[in-house]
Design a protein around this ligand. Structure first.
Ligand code: UDP
Length: 236
């Protein structure tokens, strides 16, 4: 296999991606993701992960049901720690070395996020999982992914989804829909794409950090993408 195109990646996974109708965190999905992550790690790629919490708790949805928004957002951030620990356990089961770092101190189980320490872990080949979002309410884990990727000088943000990329229309409803191979940030923001929030796009745009939206559920996709194959939609 040729040299990977990207040396340090920030992989964003949503919390919902981990769940099935019967399981909040499905062990089979964890296992599948860990196997995919191991494959790219084996290529010599440094891997950092930001995980969401939407399968467990979302501050904005809870606010609609009467829970104080800020309180709910902190609950959402703690939910990402639960997901992160699940991902960590699964990666370790696959023989990978990991560190979980959080923006809110949970020191019995995770390290606090310290940028220089995170970069050192990556250099040593450890997979670093960033939990508890940015540590601030009113943000999302997509924005966290952009922020952490910039901080650790990642080459790209890889937004893992259940679809193959960004399409001209909903491919499940419109058979003529085609995948965009490339979009500019202005196009992505202008189209109001729901795939990531505007803050996440803007942070990457201002810092010239590309995002690739791709299907995390297809075997080998992550490896192909990192090797430079035409996978997903590049936003740059
Ligand atoms: N959250 C927050 N600040 C952050 C990141 C996340 O307040 O920096 C909260 C927010 O309530 C959010 C929840 O954590 O709804 C879970 O994150 P997100 O919705 O981004 O998870 P995903 O959709 O990726 O599963």
């Amino acid at each position: 296999m040729s040299e990977p195109k990207y040396k340090r990646i920030l992989l964003k996974l949503s919390g919902e991606a981990l769940s099935t109708p019967t399981e909040v965190i499905d062990p089979n999905i964890l296992d599948q993701y860990a196997a995919e992550i191991k494959k790219v790690h084996d290529l010599g790629v440094e891997v950092a992960i930001v995980i969401g919490g939407g399968n467990i708790f979302r501050g904005a949805s809870a606010a609609k049901a009467g829970i104080d928004r800020v309180q709910g957002d902190y609950m959402g951030m703690l939910a990402t720690v639960i997901n992160g620990m699940a991902v960590q356990a699964s990666l370790e089961k696959h023989g990978l070395y990991t560190r979980m770092m959080t923006a809110i101190k949970v020191e019995a189980v995770c390290e606090p996020f310290i940028r220089r320490r995170a970069m050192r872990h990556l250099e040593k080949g450890r997979i670093v999982i960033f939990g508890a979002g940015t540590g601030n309410p009113y943000f999302t884990t997509d924005s966290t992914a952009s922020l952490r990727a910039i901080e650790i000088e990642a080459d790209v943000v890889l937004k893992g989804t259940r679809v193959d990329g960004v399409y001209t229309a909903d491919p499940e409803k419109d058979p003529t829909a085609t995948r965009y191979t490339h979009l500019s940030f202005s196009e992505a923001i202008g189209k109001g794409l729901k795939i990531m929030d505007t803050t996440a796009f803007t942070l990457c745009q201002e810092n010239k950090l590309p995002i690739i939206v791709f299907n995390m559920n297809k075997n080998g996709n992550l490896c192909d993408l990192v090797s430079g194959k035409d996978v997903g939609t590049l936003i740059s």
